[in-house]
Design a protein around this ligand. Structure first.
Ligand code: GLA
Length: 798
């Protein structure tokens, strides 16, 4: 494939620092920028980037400083250099740097400047992605929760409340990191504005406002933006250098880029060697052979790229986000990256290094990879102390009606809503919506879980002979990090009603609210009164457990949480992250620097309760063990029955072969709450159906927001051998897909996927994004029918 075009000397508006100061030749290995060193220049040339006026191919990889223990930043950067990268790409997460409005944090894991300096020392340039929105499977995509205190704020728009806050943040980023730009002797070559905005909107003026905010903040290096191929034109601005994100098919990706960038260096801003995991879905691994082949294609073409992720690391604390509609991300962010979560080099690393070695600059050499950090195993150690969550409540906040967590000034954690129910007959308790899990207790006994994944917010309550305490403990997982769903207010959302059999539902008012924020540091636990754990190792209600682990020496280890339920872990005050026994992740990476020789304190908050309250450290991770039988929701979706026989298709046709997105218009707009895509055959003639993404078009032909959509029914999905979950078709990401079952059984067409839009909508058509990847990718639908209506499914199954 040849994507070079004839040489023409022209420089686009984005090359702000324009002047190409010629550096004196290329040093040994790629030139290591040092603050004291002579200034280098970086710019966008006609076909390549120019470093000191000479062609420069960016071989970049993504590493997120907050996802790597600070003590290991140098280790991971050295490994990245040894793999053959000459640049590291790093997001900033606004919510980490501005935990409360106007209060900025650049300390510890948030010390982005130090991370950049270390990169420079290791001979790596830096591409900075400060946001304000970052996505990245990070809590709310990086946005600070406090933005949601304004009930109707519109994020990622020209809403002045949002823009003003974003400007203040970017100003601070400019103060903290501006001096590290290549124009000031630092390693930062380019800075990204927003992140894949085309997936969210088309407002170029909004992108312009952010661009200006970055310039006002002192950024004078190249400003760029990134989008997947299909969204490159949305929000496009000629004064932002565009890069394209894709996980496969470089030719297709760069062809789309050339439509808006007729000339200039081609760059893939995110090239995926693997993918992230969500709780309850199979572990993702990438196709190494295709990854290497696509990398070589880009190297041969002289294109630049950034491997997302080169090293994923761990989303420590409460920072993991959730994919939409609501698929909470695991704390492990191993991402099947070339450098593992614990910093180990893999075959994929060695193959990448060998490949890059063929494309080094004259005189450039690669250092050896750092040795693997030692690991240790320990235990089992019993968690000998327990503190019941209900017995350690803070002061109550009385409120007539339950409100979202943010309204009680709480960002991350759990929140308990308590009221008293009078004596009365058996009844159904129903919340309007719960973000994300509502554990319902009556008189301290857990009766059920309200579950955002299925949208099931009903719990049956037995007859009550006298007044009794009703508790709804809401556990907030990460806020959704993608799409409109980032407006993800946590807690009880709307009124809670009680309906006795045959009686009208009545709203429950008069609540005691107990915010239970997560925190870090030893002091966080000072308010808890621990006592000896019950001999039977049982817990009544959610509880904190504490264990003291004696170690001879400190080293990396992997905490085995398989005998526990669901919650968070703290080690010597560090919040390690979330665990959930349904998997696929069953261990938590515990960095050696967070342990010490001697006594170590491990505290576990378990909202469900352990099988055996013991702590074990392993020498290797477990990232791929799904245990659906342990899920408190035995059905992932409310049982429904398909009712197609009496329905008339609103459209039937055949899709074109290939990965390109296809827009379909109905002859007549159709109205309904449910949308059903029925595949009758596949392009390859096989039994399978797959869909990367489905968008529905309103009567004006505009794509509808996916907010509130769920999968009402699907006849088949592969969830053992790969993550072919149906929700992948409406999560906005085209790199994953719904795929019917192929492991164990291969049910044939017709295959049906029914979406519940939550309300009746007038649809003029839809957009189908086939499974991406090579021409041989299976499951691409050929003949199909579409149904739209209000009764395509009936609740209650059969
Ligand atoms: C997108 C985003 C990234 C990340 C990846 C998936 O492309 O830009 O932040 O979310 O998807 O890992």
């Amino acid at each position: 494939m040849n994507i070079r075009i004839p040489e023409r000397v022209a420089r686009a508006a984005w090359a702000l620092n324009g002047a190409a100061a010629l550096a004196a030749g290329i040093g040994i290995a790629s030139p290591a920028p040092t603050l004291a060193a002579p200034r280098h220049s970086f710019s966008v040339g006609v076909n390549t980037f120019l470093l000191d006026g000479k062609p420069f191919q960016i071989r970049c990889g993504e590493i997120h400083a907050p996802r790597v223990p600070r003590e290991y930043w140098q280790n991971r950067l050295r490994a990245a250099r040894a793999m053959g990268l000459n640049t590291v790409c790093a997001y900033l997460f606004w919510n980490m740097h501005e935990p409360t409005p106007g209060q900025f944090n650049w300390a510890g894991q948030a010390d982005a400047a130090e991370f950049c300096r270390l990169a420079q020392e290791e001979g790596l340039w830096v591409i900075l992605r400060p946001g304000p929105y970052s996505c990245a499977e990070w809590e709310m995509g990086g946005f600070p929760w406090w933005l949601l205190k304004d009930d109707d704020i519109r994020l990622r728009s020209n809403d002045p409340r949002y823009l003003e806050a974003a400007r203040r943040y970017l100003q601070e980023v400019g103060r903290a990191l501006g001096p590290l730009q290549v124009t000031r002797g630092g390693p930062i070559l380019m800075v990204q504005v927003e992140n894949e905005y085309g997936f969210y909107g088309k407002d170029a003026q909004y992108m312009g406002a952010l661009r200006q905010a970055m310039i006002d903040a002192g950024f004078d290096v190249t400003l760029f933006d990134c989008n997947p191929p299909q969204q490159l034109k949305d929000g496009y601005r000629a004064d932002l250098f565009p890069v394209v994100n894709f996980g496969s098919d470089p030719a297709g990706g760069f062809k789309a880029l050339r439509e808006i960038l007729p000339q200039g260096p081609l760059m893939c801003g995110e090239f995926y060697p693997g993918w992230f995991d969500t709780w309850g879905a199979p572990h993702h691994t990438g196709n190494a052979a295709r990854y290497l082949a696509d990398l070589e294609t880009m190297l041969q073409a002289g294109a630049s790229f950034s491997i997302y992720m080169a090293h994923g690391g761990t989303t420590f604390g409460w920072w993991s986000g959730a994919d939409r509609p609501f698929k909470p991300d695991t704390s492990s962010y191993d991402y099947d990256a070339p450098i593992t979560e614990a910093g180990w080099v893999t075959d994929k690393f060695l193959q990448t290094r060998a490949l890059f070695a063929k494309y080094l600059q004259p005189g450039e050499t690669l250092p050896e990879a750092p040795a693997r950090n030692p690991v240790l195993a320990f235990g089992p150690v019993a968690a000998a102390e327990q503190a019941s969550l209900f017995a350690n409540l803070p002061a109550a906040r009385p409120d007539l009606k339950p409100r979202a967590m943010e309204q009680y000034d709480e960002g991350y954690g759990c929140i308990l809503y308590r009221t008293t129910l009078p004596a009365g007959p058996a009844a159904v308790l129903e919340a309007t919506a719960v973000h994300d899990f509502g554990y319902v207790f009556l008189g301290g006994e857990r009766l059920g879980v309200m579950d955002r994944r299925s949208g099931n917010f009903k719990v049956r309550l037995p007859e009550r002979r006298q007044p009794v305490t009703l508790d709804i403990l809401v556990e907030a997982m990460g806020r959704v990090n993608f799409g409109q769903e980032v407006h993800d207010r946590k807690g009880l959302r709307g009124p809670v009603r009680l309906a006795a059999t045959g009686a009208a539902a009545s709203e429950l008012t008069g609540w005691q609210v107990f915010p239970l924020p997560y925190g870090e540091g030893g002091a966080y636990f000072d308010r808890l009164r621990f006592s000896a754990s019950p001999a039977d190792g049982r817990q009544t209600g959610p509880a904190f457990w504490r264990a003291t682990v004696q170690l001879e020496k400190a080293a990396d280890t992997f905490l085995d949480l398989r005998s526990w339920g669901k919650g968070l872990v703290w080690v010597n005050g560090h919040c390690l992250g979330r665990f959930w026994n349904i998997g696929p992740t069953q261990t938590m990476y515990l960095p050696g620097p967070w342990l010490q020789a001697g006594q170590n304190q491990i505290v576990i908050l378990d909202v469900l309760g352990p099988d055996k309250p013991v702590i074990v450290g392993l020498e290797t991770p477990i990232l791929d063990q799904l245990r659906p039988q342990l899920d408190f929701a035995q059905t992932r979706r409310p049982p429904v029955a398909l009712r197609l026989d009496s329905a008339k298709p609103v459209h039937s046709a055949a899709f074109l072969p290939g990965p390109a997105a296809q827009e379909v218009r109905f002859n007549t707009a159709a109205k309904g709450r449910f949308f059903c895509l029925e595949s009758l055959s596949a392009q390859d003639g096989k039994a399978y159906a797959a869909v990367a993404e489905l968008d529905l078009l309103d009567e004006a032909g505009k794509p509808l927001s996916h907010e509130g959509w769920t999968v009402a029914y699907v006849d088949s999905e592969e969830r053992e051998r790969e993550d072919g979950t149906a929700e992948n078709a409406i999560d906005g990401q085209t790199a994953n897909f719904w795929h019917t079952q192929w492991g164990g059984a291969s049910p044939g067409h017709p295959h049906r996927l029914v979406l519940d839009l939550g309300q009746s909508r007038l649809l003029s058509g839809f957009r189908y994004v086939p499974r991406q990847g090579a021409a041989t990718a299976g499951g691409r639908i050929k003949d199909y029918r579409v149904y739209v209506g209000d009764s395509l499914v009936a609740t209650g199954g059969n």
